[in-house]
Design a protein around this ligand. Structure first.
Ligand code: GAR
Length: 210
């Protein structure tokens, strides 16, 4: 069945762009129906418009409370009746009601090897902790921030002399591989969630060593 995807962004949207491009290039049984940003100046909105995708700006600052923003956001998302909602650099915490509404069809990418380093400044924290490896995690979203069943991870070395930007760039290059792959598996019905573990039904590797 053809799947409709809605992608939420806050800024640059490079992960969103990678998903849009792979979806078109590989002929997924899916359409990116809309890109929604919580910041009107999010650069990714222009990319969406240029590619004929509905681009919606919903400024969280115009809403009196987190709950009010969450419900306005759901209303916008549900106009597109999505099978899958993809958080791609969406830098707002979403409430339990919102998360519950999209249970099992809400994915996120986080630039750390979860469950290590949920929250912000992940690259700097990995460097300061002396980690020898870092990476990114695609996971189903649960109400707890940056937790939830892991679909795929990438791992890269932390090199001597790395600063936050160098490590972020190395990880981001792998994000652009693993996020499209995870979304493709979802729309192809290749993911099964059992007991909090995500299985890829073809037995494909759910780890990228970058
Ligand atoms: C990505 O590195 C993503 O993993 C991270 O923000 C960046 C967005 O880049 N997400 C988070 O930190 C979420 N907690 P992009 O806008 O170019 O995709």
């Amino acid at each position: 069945m053809h799947q409709r995807i809605v992608i939420l962004i806050s800024g640059r949207g490079s992960n969103m762009q990678a998903i849009v491009q792979r979806c078109a290039a590989e002929g997924w049984p899916a359409t990116v129906a809309a890109v929604i940003a919580n910041r009107p100046d999010a650069a990714g909105l222009a990319f969406a418009r240029e590619h004929g995708i509905s681009a919606v700006a919903l400024d969280h600052r115009a809403h009196a409370s987190r709950e009010a923003f969450d419900s306005a956001l759901s209303a916008q998302i549900d106009r597109f009746d999505p099978h899958l909602v993809v958080l791609a650099g969406f830098m707002r915490i979403l409430g339990a009601d919102f998360v519950g509404h999209y249970a099992g069809r809400l994915l996120n990418i986080h630039p750390s090897l979860l469950p290590a380093f949920p929250g912000l400044h992940t690259h700097q924290r990995a460097i300061e902790a002396g980690c020898k490896a870092a990476g990114a995690t695609v996971h189903f979203v649960t109400p707890e921030l940056d937790h939830g069943p892991i679909v795929m991870q990438s791992v890269v070395p932390v090199l001597p002399g790395d600063d936050e930007d160098a490590l972020a760039d190395r990880i981001l290059a792998t994000e652009h591989v693993i996020y499209p792959l995870a979304v493709r598996w979802f729309v192809q019905g290749k993911l099964r969630l059992a007991g909090g573990i995500v299985y890829q039904l073809d037995g494909a590797a759910q780890l990228l060593i970058g």
